[in-house]
Design a protein around this ligand. Structure first.
Ligand SMILES: [Zn+2]
Length: 436
């Protein structure tokens, strides 16, 4: 099964905007109610039996089951019989809200994310129609439950043969959008490891360093926009709370946030395409992005958006038939990529890797990227690290016959010659500001 998500800007009528806003409000109250009942249940089990607090205590019968998804969905159906407001919104949309809450709870445990939060009117931003009709699309119009036919800006065509499975309506500072998830019933084989290997080291100093010796800086335009944002936020303090001017300024800030995130995403897509070009396999270190975001460098990391970039890169690799894998990140900066010697811990201010054993000197980030590449090849082709070094050496010094058996077969899969650079790639290089 192949699933794609296409996003379009909606052009709703005033009446449709009203319905969307109403749906969001009801969704918010369902979310908050469901979260409250879950929290109450958890709180009621927190106090030890022999030591109740003096002030207040949650009293929920001991045999009351935990309000899980099924329980809450049942409650919702019950409540709809007496509550006309709940009834005014599509039933499946509300059920999806409960499902989203349920997922937030499981993610909290499995992915170590934070506890789900109550939402105010700005925080509830989207809802989903989980089932769409077969003929819901006509030209630049889409038929949605309750909303009827709605126009959208058809910025690109929906690919042949795909069926609209779900539709998510999203409110942003720049208007309303619809994200269609499209499905096609085919099996797509995963790319297998072959061709030119490329290791990537993500970092704060440079955004990406590759094992081919390229370093890609963070783009400057984001910094400029960031500065603009700061200026506006400073101005916000002087505005009176609840005033019209403050509201206007807030809108302006929201639009700027939107622009920053759009620009960043666009850059990530372009960079991912650039990195895929000429590569047959791409390896990235397996970093725990959440712990990075909580750490000392949190602001930089959130700004750089590594998580989004890795997701986009993975998708781009799949699209361009490039093998993608993550490798163990431990000590990538402490190892010599040429001879495998442990060079010991480097502090962040040491920017150069120079090996005392083999005398290999290169920049720190590139060395780390090369270690990542070697580890990646060794995992993907099931080779020892020393054999990886042999293969790469032979490839660089033209073809040799020094390898035996299986090792030689695998060597045929690896090529270190990058493909010829096209004009398109040159253009990308200019736009990305890559220093070689
Ligand atoms: Zn060395």
């Amino acid at each position: 099964m192949l699933t794609l998500t296409y996003e379009y800007k909606l052009v709703p009528t005033a009446q449709q905007v009203e319905v969307i806003e109403h749906t969001l409000t009801v969704c918010r109250s369902v979310w908050n109610y469901a979260l409250r009942s879950r929290k109450d249940w958890l709180n009621s089990r927190k106090s030890p039996v022999h030591a109740c607090s003096l002030e207040k205590e949650y009293i929920i019968p001991a045999d009351a089951p935990f309000p899980n998804y099924h329980h809450q969905a049942q409650q919702l159906t019950e409540a709809k019989k007496t509550n006309p407001i709940l009834k005014s919104v599509n039933a499946q949309v509300l059920q999806q809200i409960l499902r989203r809450l349920d997922r937030a709870f499981t993610d909290m445990q499995s992915k170590r994310l934070g506890f789900p939060r109550f939402k105010n009117q700005y925080r509830m931003r989207s809802f989903v129609y989980p089932q769409m009709l077969k003929d819901c699309l006509q030209g630049n119009q889409i038929k949605l439950p309750q909303l009827g036919w709605m126009k959208f800006r058809k910025s690109r065509d929906i690919p042949e043969g795909f069926r609209v499975k779900q539709a998510r309506i999203i409110r942003r500072a720049s208007g309303y959008f619809i994200a269609l998830s499209l499905q096609l019933d085919v099996k797509v084989p995963q790319p297998f490891p072959r061709g030119h290997p490329r290791g990537l080291d993500l970092g704060f100093d440079k955004f990406v360093a590759t094992s081919d010796g390229e370093k890609i800086n963070r783009p400057r335009f984001l910094k400029t926009l960031q500065r603009k944002l700061k200026l506006l936020q400073r101005r916000l303090k002087k505005k009176q709370k609840g005033s019209r001017n403050r509201h206007k300024l807030n809108q302006k800030i929201a639009r700027l946030h939107q622009r920053i995130s759009d620009t960043r995403k666009d850059w990530h897509v372009k960079l991912a395409r650039y990195l895929c070009e000429g590569a047959g396999m791409i390896f990235v270190e397996d970093i725990n992005l959440i712990s990075w975001q909580r750490g000392m460098l949190s602001k930089h990391s959130a700004d750089a958006g590594f998580g989004q970039f890795v997701t986009i890169l993975q998708w781009m690799c799949w699209k361009q038939d490039v093998y993608f894998a993550t490798v163990n990140k431990d000590g990538t900066s402490q190892e010599c990529p040429e001879c495998g010697t442990q060079t010991g811990k480097k502090t962040l201010d040491i920017r150069v890797h120079s090996c005392p054993e083999c005398g290999y000197v290169t920049s720190r980030d590139v060395a780390a990227a090369r270690v990542i590449r070697n580890r990646g090849i060794s995992a993907a082709l099931n080779l020892k690290l020393s054999e990886v070094g042999q293969i790469l050496d032979l490839k660089e010094n033209a073809w040799g016959d020094g390898l035996a058996g299986a090792c030689r077969d695998k060597a045929c899969l690896v090529s270190t010659l990058p493909s010829q650079e096209s004009q398109k790639q040159e253009n990308l290089i200019v736009r990305l500001g890559i220093s070689r």
